[in-house]
Design a protein around this ligand. Sequence first.
Ligand SMILES: NC(=O)c1ccc[n+]([C@@H]2O[C@H](COP(=O)([O-])OP(=O)(O)OC[C@H]3O[C@@H](n4cnc5c(N)ncnc54)[C@H](O)[C@@H]3O)[C@@H](O)[C@H]2O)c1
Length: 138
Amino acid sequence: MCVTCLHPGARVVATDLLGARADALQESFGENLNFAFYDLDVADEDQVKEIFKRVAADGHLPNVVLNNAAITGEMLMGAGKSFPDFANTSLEDWEKTIRVNLTGAFLIARQMDIDIVGRYPAAFGQCGVNVCVERPAS
Ligand SMILES: NC(=O)c1ccc[n+]([C@@H]2O[C@H](COP(=O)([O-])OP(=O)(O)OC[C@H]3O[C@@H](n4cnc5c(N)ncnc54)[C@H](O)[C@@H]3O)[C@@H](O)[C@H]2O)c1
């Protein structure tokens, strides 16, 4: 996704949890002047509010938000557990997944509305774009 956006000249503000994926992103694109990275847990309301302020303070004004953060099956079971069948899926894992995949997308979209679309309507012809990349079950 970063390659697709950076190649034609778009500026990309990427976020992820700290860890190997974040490191890989920064290794791949950190030298690109059109790329900026911020660590963020999309399930944390305070972090989501704060990141929009930091991004704006750093001079970025995103007009498209791509909600791609997700707990996929591999990530959920990453601690060496095998993937359970439906009958053995725990409520804890269900709630964790909903918190990131659904609530996280809501928090980001809402903050985009508050801090970008609502604040700079003229800059975007009174519109902003929010794209959610989800599928109901993996
Ligand atoms: N890969 C595909 O072919 C495909 C196709 C259709 C839909 N989707 C959907 O797109 C979404 C993403 O899929 P993917 O293949 O890119 O998954 P992925 O695991 O490669 O990427 C998800 C990213 O979200 C990050 N993440 C997880 N929890 C987070 C949190 N709390 N805060 C911030 N970041 C967090 C992970 O670190 C990871 O980098 C999923 O909902 C998936 O179902 C993927």
